[in-house]
Each structure stands twice: as structure tokens, then as C-alpha cells.
Design a binder for this molecule. Sequence first.
Ligand SMILES: [Zn+2]
Length: 133
Amino acid sequence: MEYPIPFSRYQEHMREGRFVGVRCGACGSVLFPPRAVCPECGGRAFSETELKGEGIIRTFTVIRVPPEGRKAPYTIVMVELSEGPYVLGNLLGLNPEEVGMELIGKRVLMKPQPVAGDLLLRGEFLVPGFYLV
Ligand SMILES: [Zn+2]
């Protein structure tokens, strides 16, 4: 496929429990979620690539003042996936009041998580969530 994966197809993959990103045809960077333009080189030609959904927490934050419609506290982690991309998502299964610096460097598995849409994306959709291994 020589064009970016549309959001609807990305969501279809997520509903199947699959993580399908794109590999830049120009520089080889793996992008997840799929994007229209490669942030590394500006390339616009991609091929699909399936990711394992494994990664390492590089940093995190606990949200205590949530956006409208969300309940706090919750933990957002930045994960480096084994294929290279950095992905933000909710850390699931741990009390946000009990997390600390020991999270950094921990291995996680990615799992699609349903969220209600916001003002831009209406309706329910799936985003990456993470569990400690
Ligand atoms: Zn590129």
C-alpha cells in the first residue's frame, strides 16, 4: 500500500486486537499510529507493518486535572515500542496514586482501549492502552 492507512482502517485493526502502523518508504521509520507524513524525513509513501505491541515505559505523568468528560487521576505513559515508535497511552491496572519513578524502564504490552470521543472525534473509538508485563 503506497498511501497512509486511513483512521477507519487503523480502528478496524485495533478492533481485531492488531497494531498496524506504517513504514516510511524513504527512511524506513516505523510510525504508529499511522500518519500522513513521516516526521523524520517528510516522506509520504508508506507500507503497512504489523507491530508486536511490546514496549518499554520511557516516561509517565499522572493527570490530576482532567479534560472535560474524563475522570482523574489517571496515568499516561510514553512507551518506546520494540519497532521504534514512541506511543502515548493510559497505563491500566495500576492505581495512579501508587505509581512512581520505578515505572521507568518497565516492560509493557499494548492493548486497545475504548474511549468516548471528544469534540473533534465523535463516537467511541480505540486508543492504545498499556499493561505492565
Ligand atoms: Zn521517513
